[in-house]
Design a protein around this ligand. Structure first.
Ligand code: FAD
Length: 130
């Protein structure tokens, strides 16, 4: 959806392309892509994403995909263990699928949930997704 909107405003997308070189020009930058193509731009913004460190959970029995898999109450597959924050792979509001959502606002809403449920044992509290 975001891609369609931005393309209408002239933004070009090169998904599944690996950048392999950057040349700074007098004005702007040229990024070389694997396969020989190159892209000229006014500036370069690098965003590499995040990869949760979950290796310490290997052998624990806790289910892992991109991150620690949790349900709508931020519970892992082991019912008294919760995960929240960048490491949690929770159901996304837009996609309906589990995945990472590594921004601080998500962290806050997702952390409040187990904090609300666990000590008070209020299982009907629902997660909020920004
Ligand atoms: C450059 C940058 C800019 C960002 N800007 C924004 C923004 O503008 N707005 C926004 O909403 N979000 C932003 N974020 C995202 C936000 O910072 C994260 O969503 C948030 O910090 C996640 O908090 P967390 O506690 O889940 O993970 P973290 O903050 O990563 O904390 C995890 C902690 O666990 C520790 N740790 C790791 N492994 C172990 C282990 N085995 N044992 C003990 N401790 C361990 C780590 O050292 C770390 O201190 C930004 C992130 C980055 C990197």
């Amino acid at each position: 959806m975001m891609q369609r909107v931005l393309e209408k405003h002239g933004v070009q997308f090169y998904t599944n392309h690996q950048a392999c070189g950057v040349t700074w020009k007098n004005k702007g930058v040229e990024v070389s892509l694997e396969g020989g193509e190159s892209v000229n731009a006014d500036f370069l913004l690098v965003a590499t994403g995040v990869k949760p460190r979950t290796s310490f959970l290997e052998g624990s029995g806790i289910k892992i995909d991109d991150g620690i898999v949790v349900d709508s109450e931020m519970r892992t597959n082991i019912s008294n263990i919760f995960a929240a924050g960048d490491v949690a792979s929770a159901k996304g509001f837009l996609t309906g699928k589990n995945g990472l959502n590594p921004i601080f606002q998500t962290l806050l809403s997702r952390v409040r949930l187990p904090a609300a449920i666990w000590p008070a044992k209020r299982p009907n509290t629902k997660a909020g997704y920004p």
